[in-house]
Design a protein around this ligand. Structure first.
Ligand code: ME8
Length: 517
């Protein structure tokens, strides 16, 4: 079975920060989880490189647009490499293949008479790259997000008959038995979209005469495609449309488009309508998460409160940075983050809970069993209890993109084992009832093995490390794939008696809460 997941393509007027990393890490975790569950995954991310905003940013920096887009898209690629993101492709809207796809789709819409020429006058916010109406503005007549007065634009442009798709779109969104049902998550945002849709749709301008930094329309080279039309089409360019039919048929429609709430309208209304107009299938699910604020304020360069991926990695390491970024706040609503909050969660979940489980188990194995998996009758009770939590709580949560809940389930499984260690008190058993000791240590190792199989999508490197430390058999990914398929714990466990363990090492050094909030 295939699974196609995308992130937004990010504007290159800004370098990657924790907000972009959030969506990309989330998509990566889902992609890795689906691969482990036997799906043929295609995972696309990239950069949005055309439009006024980019041309203006380049000018301000004294660069040509091409120089800016080359430099910044490279920064995104580097950031995703640093964060161990497993995207299958990285699309840039300035690539030739993308220009070709945009022109193909726009031409199709034109041929189907879904595009017409129209003179109009409206307010345009460059920050949002969209038209705003008077009622969208704040009390100073500014865009509420960008705090700038939108400029009046008067042009004769090409318009797309968005209004023609209102009924069909509403039907797809609201009728779960529609064969092309379009699911929008979370529920509250879906309801907002449905409410707005019911008020009716206006046709939208899809070209500009004044913007040179864009893709020329095939039927009128004086005009370029509106940056949002250009950008949304990346999702089909990325799977080979229109030339690579085999690839397109294999992966399209997208299973999930991920993004934050501010661009949900473009994804859930404009994009499906363009697809319907072009005669293509609509995406299956659109999931919009909330916005981070930093200590209660919007992240901004001026406030100096932006967190960058390099800083996260420097402080916590790659795997912990990935884990923390997606689990600190629930995926969906807005949430507030801070360095203090991140550090606290690191210490609680990783240093104290998981780190402690591994390090004390290994230390005991070293002390009592010469750093080998003890010889005993396999005791699988504990690992089965952990399996129940992970299977019942973790898997459904992650399938629904509730990273926060999935991490909670993981922590519950770790706590279960830590509690068992407290109850058994092996350090006492060593004196009072040493015969029981091997089965105890053995069972902690099996539980740790199982837990790290589930942790793998979040922490791809440390999970392997823990797997090896615990002397587990074979390759963790292969074992996890097999286990997730049949849910059978091998009779002798994952770490077989007699196997060599690796000496205890500090996996998650405790971090002092720092001054910076
Ligand atoms: O909108 N909190 O690009 P963009 C959470 N090019 N997520 C955040 C965030 C924050 N504070 N800041 C950014 C664009 N994001 C268009 C998209 S898609 C066809 C075109 C994440 O660079 C989040 O995913 O402004 C958000 O939707 C995206 O970055 C916006 O990135």
């Amino acid at each position: 079975m295939k699974f196609y997941i995308t992130t937004p393509i990010y504007y290159v007027n800004d370098i990657p920060h924790i907000g972009h990393s959030y969506t990309t890490i989330a998509a990566d975790i889902v992609a890795r989880w689906k691969r482990l569950n036997g799906f043929d995954v295609y995972f696309l991310t990239g950069t949005d490189e055309h439009g006024t905003k980019i041309a203006q940013a380049a000018k301000e920096k004294g660069k040509t647009p091409q120089e800016l887009v080359d430099e910044t898209s490279a920064r995104y690629k580097e950031a995703w490499k640093l964060l161990n993101i497993t995207n299958d492709d990285f699309i840039r809207t300035t690539e030739k293949r993308h220009g070709h796809t945009v022109q193909n789709i726009v031409q199709t819409l034109f041929d189907k008479k879904l595009i017409f020429k129209h003179k109009y006058e409206a307010l345009y916010c460059i920050g949002c790259e969209k038209f705003l109406s008077e009622k969208d503005l704040d009390e100073n007549g500014c865009c509420p997000d960008h705090k700038k007065k939108p400029a009046l634009q008067a042009e004769e442009n090409y318009f797309f008959k968005l209004s023609a798709f209102q009924d069909d779109l509403l039907n797809r969104i609201t009728n779960p038995s529609h064969e092309e049902h379009l699911e929008i998550q979370p529920e509250e945002r879906r309801n907002e979209i449905v409410g707005k849709l019911k008020l009716g749709l206006e046709d939208i301008s899809i070209s500009r005469t004044a913007v040179e930094w864009g893709i020329p329309l095939p039927f009128d080279k004086e005009q370029t495609a509106y940056v949002w039309i250009d950008a949304l089409i990346n999702y089909v360019t990325g799977v080979g449309y229109p030339d690579d039919k085999e690839m397109f048929e294999k992966y399209w429609p997208a299973d999930v488009h991920l993004m934050a709430k501010e661009i949900l309208w473009f994804h859930s209304v404009i994009w499906p309508s363009v697809l319907m107009g072009a005669g293509l299938a609509t995406p299956k699910k659109i999931y919009s998460h909330g916005w981070f604020t930093m200590n209660g304020s919007k992240m901004s360069k001026t406030l100096g409160n932006v967190i960058y991926p390099e800083e996260l990695v420097e402080k916590f390491g790659v795997d912990a940075a990935r884990y923390l970024a997606v689990t600190l706040i629930p995926f969906g609503p807005d949430g507030d983050i801070s360095w203090t909050g991140l550090t606290l969660k690191y210490n609680v979940d990783l240093a104290n809970n998981l780190g402690n489980l591994v390090s004390r188990t290994i230390k005991m194995a070293e002390k009592y069993f010469d750093l080998k998996v003890p010889q005993c009758n396999p005791d699988l009770e504990l690992v089965k209890k952990a399996a129940k939590i992970l299977d019942e709580d973790f898997a459904p949560a992650l399938n629904d993109l509730h990273f926060h809940k999935a991490a909670e389930a993981l922590q519950n499984a770790v706590t279960l084992v830590n509690q068992q260690i407290e109850n058994d008190a092996p350090w006492k058993l060593a004196k009072t009832d040493p015969d029981k000791l091997p089965a105890c240590i053995y069972s902690y190792l099996q539980a740790a093995d199982l837990i790290v199989m589930y942790l793998l999508p979040f922490m791809p490197e440390l999970s392997v490390k823990i797997w090896n430390i615990c002397g587990a058999e074979g390759n963790i990914e292969e074992t996890a794939k097999k286990y997730f398929k049949d849910k059978i714990i091998p009779e002798k466990g994952f770490s077989v008696s007699g196997s060599q363990l690796q000496a205890a090492q500090v996996l998650f050094p405790r971090i002092q809460a720092e001054k910076r909030q």
